[in-house]
Design a protein around this ligand. Structure first.
Ligand SMILES: *[C@@H]1O[C@H](CO)[C@@H](O)[C@H](O)[C@H]1NC(C)=O
Ligand SMILES: *[C@@H]1O[C@H](CO)[C@@H](O)[C@H](O)[C@H]1NC(C)=O
Ligand SMILES: *[C@@H]1O[C@H](CO)[C@@H](O)[C@H](O)[C@H]1NC(C)=O
Ligand SMILES: *[C@@H]1O[C@H](CO)[C@@H](O)[C@H](O)[C@H]1NC(C)=O
Ligand SMILES: *[C@@H]1O[C@H](CO)[C@@H](O)[C@H](O)[C@H]1NC(C)=O
Ligand SMILES: *[C@@H]1O[C@H](CO)[C@@H](O)[C@H](O)[C@H]1NC(C)=O
Length: 368
């Protein structure tokens, strides 16, 4: 039976509508931002989750070849950071239990008695007997342990900070830890300093007792920051550290000189050795990151990068403030770095490896 003209028109219209619908879908889908971004987001989330798993179980190795994971690490560092409160609290409790920075991070009147024998950190036989004179100059208690510190920035000296524009972000932290009297400036590393390590070899001035000016000049850059010295790491550190304390205490009381507790550092060393780190002695940087994990709510780590090139494979200097080259005999930095990467992936601390100003651009990197 022949179709009526009305039926023909209806059929034609239906075909047209269907065709048009397909055509419209075909034509517009690639340009529909919501669905395209949705797909990209999903792929990106999967990629990030995969990388997060990979790096959270990564094992510290004797040495690591940066090239083999540059791309994955670069992708992962562009993924949104996921903090994990459970992980943060677990690390805090473990560290409190083993080492208790709250009680014994530095030597104080409260945790050390006159005539007490202090074992040297790196020696099993050498000890120091606390004198009444030195005891009288010690702080009453650990200044930062009364309250939980908020957001802490631990700023290493890695050349990766050069041109990073991270100064403002670092200065906005509640508590800033630096190392070895490293240079400070507004743009890349910030100025705020609450605690800074001083190596006795950095203040080997002649006649320090009678002419404190070169020392004053060197330390006043850091405002009221506490200066922390490894007075009982090696025997040669002790007299220089005590002299520094004696000289500065009367003339710069707002800038305390404090000494690492060698037994705290020893227990910390044992703690990480029990967790797979095999190096001879942990770096001071890694030790203070551990202290921060116990004392701070959130730990942000900058300038820890033990490689000669960055994630974009551009060369980076070893330090941001000089042309020095790595001394590889002592610290197997990559081993510590792998551990930091693991803590970052687990949401226990935030590792910053990219320039701060371009952070938001890289957050949206696509993975197609
Ligand atoms: C946070 O860490 C805990 C302890 O490792 C883990 O069980 C939990 O799944 C983590 N949470 C998220 C959202 O990853
Ligand atoms: C750590 O030291 C503080 C201060 O002495 C003490 O109150 C606390 O109980 C200690 N914590 C642990 C886990 O030993
Ligand atoms: C420390 O030892 C010296 C000499 O042995 C002694 O005279 C002094 O009373 C001791 N001080 C304390 C507080 O024990
Ligand atoms: C930092 O920036 C300066 C000036 O733009 C440039 O000459 C220098 O090579 C950069 N250094 C690094 C390590 O990126
Ligand atoms: C440093 O300490 C001095 C003396 O206690 C105080 O007047 C000054 O405000 C402090 N400066 C900062 C930046 O906290
Ligand atoms: C800040 O310090 C970095 C590293 O020392 C240096 O490259 C940069 O030029 C400095 N910037 C300013 C403004 O001093």
């Amino acid at each position: 039976m022949a179709l009526t003209s009305l039926q023909w028109i209806v059929r034609l219209l239906m075909v047209l509508i269907i065709f048009e619908g397909v055509f419209v879908m075909f034509y517009y889908t690639p340009n529909t931002h919501s669905s395209r971004d949705g797909m990209t987001d999903t792929l990106q989330q999967l990629h990030c989750a995969k990388l997060r798993r990979k790096f959270s179980i990564i094992k510290p190795a004797k040495s690591i070849e940066l090239k083999s994971f540059t791309q994955d690490l670069s992708d992962f560092m562009s993924c949104p950071y996921k903090s994990n409160k459970t992980e943060r609290e677990l690390n805090r409790v473990r560290l409190q239990f083993c080492c208790n920075a709250t009680e014994s991070f530095i030597i104080t009147k409260r945790n050390t008695a006159v005539n007490q024998t202090i074992p040297y950190e790196t020696s099993t036989t050498k000890t120091y007997k606390m004198t009444a004179a030195l005891h009288s100059m010690l702080p009453e208690d650990i200044p930062w342990s009364g309250r939980r510190l908020g957001r802490c920035a631990v700023v290493g000296s890695g050349g990766i900070l050069k041109n990073s524009s991270c100064g403002r972000e670092i200065d906005s932290a509640d508590f800033v830890i630096r190392f070895n009297l490293a240079a400070v400036n507004d743009s890349d590393v910030g100025m705020k300093t609450d605690l800074i390590t001083v190596n006795p070899s950095q203040i080997r001035f002649k006649n320090l007792g009678t002419n404190p000016n070169p020392l004053l000049e060197k330390v006043s850059v850091y405002g009221n920051a506490s200066l922390i010295m490894p007075a009982f790491a090696y025997t040669f550190c002790t007299s220089q550290s005590i002299t520094t304390l004696k000289v500065l205490q009367p003339i710069r009381p707002q800038q305390p000189v404090v000494f690492f507790s060698p037994s705290y550092l020893r227990t910390l060393d044992r703690f990480w050795k029990g967790r797979g780190l095999r190096e001879v002695r942990l770096s001071t940087g890694f030790m203070l990151i551990s202290t921060a994990l116990e004392l701070c709510e959130h730990v942000h780590v900058y300038g820890f990068w033990p490689f000669g090139s960055d994630l974009q494979e551009r060369p980076v200097p070893y330090h941001y403030y000089d042309q020095g080259t790595p001394s590889r005999h002592m610290h197997k930095m990559p081993e510590e770095f792998v551990r930091l990467l693991q803590l970052h992936s687990q949401g226990a601390l935030t590792l910053h490896l990219q320039p701060c100003s371009s952070h938001h651009d890289t957050m949206n990197t696509e993975y197609l």
